[in-house]
Ligand binder design. Structure first.
Ligand SMILES: [Zn+2]
Ligand SMILES: [Zn+2]
Length: 458
């Protein structure tokens, strides 16, 4: 078996991994980097140029896992592409949105390579995706394989509890097994239910490390954190605040809307206007449409109907009133320049009356990471093209990550006790903590931090 990390650095960038098993050549995920632009936003595809890729397996439809799929399909036209039906539905919306963003950026940042793919190419690509049911062995030809198939290559998707459609992928061939976690959560969220991952013998575990540098805070529980969040919103509104909550359009938006719905039902908060962006509303529609066929909590909740958020776009965000008692649940989660959360934050951060609540992961170098670090009293340039601003608004943080705690990652690795573990999808301190911990806990397991672009024999 061979493994090649196609991410350009040890970081949460454009996730993509090459796996060779029993002379089959596969690619796991093909993300787009959240901050890099142009060719640098792509995975390092040169490292596998000329190899005959048979299949591309997509774990879920976040930008950092599916964002460059049309490009990768163009470079490897023979490859079959597999994902869950929900990921396909969300992914196609995400990629079309990405074409629009790149087309705009072509002018804004002078990136001549943009768009990296077109609407037409996205349509043609998504026509070729094959939808896989969960917990079913699939052959490379895309057919259901017998559950006892041992020799021929098969793969099987397991629910990862991260966002709608998210999976971990088990690849089997010649009696060998490789399991890729994708992005996982082993705990319930407000909508998503915890991952259901394989517990059979696994030879190689390819594991995400997002939260490796964060210890679970003493006494933290999700219900407790929800209560704290409701109380903070209540006191911010009492103070006359408008509250901005930067979120990912897929996953965190719907989790927060579901929480706001619960707070209203439990009479923790009254009725107040809620705003979301256009892309978030499209993903929320998909959550609603698929509610009854998804293993989830609040399976009858129709967010668009019952929470009834107002929808903003790139134009209306510029003059949407910053009024007391409103919640703006806006993407992007990392507050990338020119996104709704970035534009809106620049309008309120100098006013001590208002609040920004962070609710999940942000790359430390992203505007959200920089703002969180600066805190009230600091100075930040949320948009490099504009002058820095003094942060006077209230800034609070809540822990509603869609990723597994490092404690539960270690617990899973210990339960499986694989021969090798490959650590991916983490910033260097996160990967290092997990590596050291596994080294102590599983002395007989070979723990590998794959250097980007360097092939590893598994
Ligand atoms: Zn993700
Ligand atoms: Zn990810």
């Amino acid at each position: 078996m061979k493994f090649l990390n196609l991410t350009r650095r040890t970081e949460i960038g454009a996730n993509s991994y090459y796996l060779e098993i029993d002379s089959h050549r596969l690619v796991l995920d093909c993300g787009m980097h959240p901050k890099n632009t142009g060719e640098d936003a792509l995975p390092y595809l040169k490292a596998i140029a000329g190899r005959d890729i048979e299949a591309i397996l997509i774990s879920h439809a976040h930008q950092d896992h599916i964002g460059t799929l049309p490009v990768v399909m163009r470079r490897f036209p023979r490859a079959r592409v597999f994902m869950t039906e929900a990921t396909a539905e969300v992914g196609s919306v995400l990629l079309h949105n990405s074409v629009n963003v790149m087309t705009r950026q072509r002018e804004e940042i002078g990136e001549a390579a943009y768009p990296l793919f077109t609407h037409r190419e996205t349509d043609r690509a998504s026509d070729r995706w094959r939808w896989c049911p969960l917990r079913q062995r699939i052959s490379i030809a895309g057919e259901r394989a017998p559950q006892r198939e041992r020799d021929a290559l098969t793969f099987e998707f397991f629910e990862a509890g991260h966002v709608l459609g998210s999976t971990g992928i088990l690849v089997r061939a010649e009696g060998k097994t490789v399991f890729y976690t994708g992005d996982v959560n082993f705990d319930d969220q407000t909508i998503m239910q915890a991952a259901v991952f394989p517990e059979e013998r696994i030879d190689v575990l390819i594991m995400e490390c997002t939260r490796g540098d964060h210890a679970k805070p003493e006494g933290w529980s999700r219900p407790g954190e929800e209560q704290r969040f409701a109380a903070a919103l209540g006191s911010a509104f009492e103070r006359g605040a408008c509250v901005l909550i930067p979120v990912f359009a897929l996953g965190k938006t719907q989790e927060i809307l579901a929480m706001l719905y619960k707070f209203r039902r439990q009479r923790l908060l009254g009725d107040f206007p809620i705003y979301i962006g256009g892309l978030s509303s499209k993903f929320t529609d998909i959550y609603d449409r698929r509610a009854h066929m998804t293993r989830r909590q609040l399976s009858r909740l129709q967010l668009m109907r019952e929470v009834a958020p107002f929808i903003l776009n790139d134009e209306t965000i510029r003059d949407a009133p910053v009024r007391p008692g409103r919640a703006y649940v806006l993407s992007s989660g990392m507050m990338i320049p020119n996104t709704l959360s970035n534009v809106f934050a620049r309008r309120l951060i100098e006013n001590p009356q208002h609040s920004i609540f962070f609710v999940g992961y942000a790359n430390p170098e992203s505007p959200a990471g920089v703002l969180r670090e600066a805190g009230t009293g600091g100075e930040v340039a949320l948009d490099p093209g504009k002058s820095p601003q003094r942060v006077r608004c209230d800034i609070e943080q809540f822990q509603f990550s869609a990723h597994a705690t490092r404690e539960t990652l270690i617990e899973y690795a210990r339960k499986i006790s694989p021969r090798k573990i490959v650590l991916v999808h983490g910033d260097p301190p996160a990967v290092e903590w997990i590596r050291a911990q596994l080294h102590t806990d599983l002395p007989n397991t070979d723990v590998i931090v794959p250097v980007p672009g360097v092939e590893v024999e598994l």
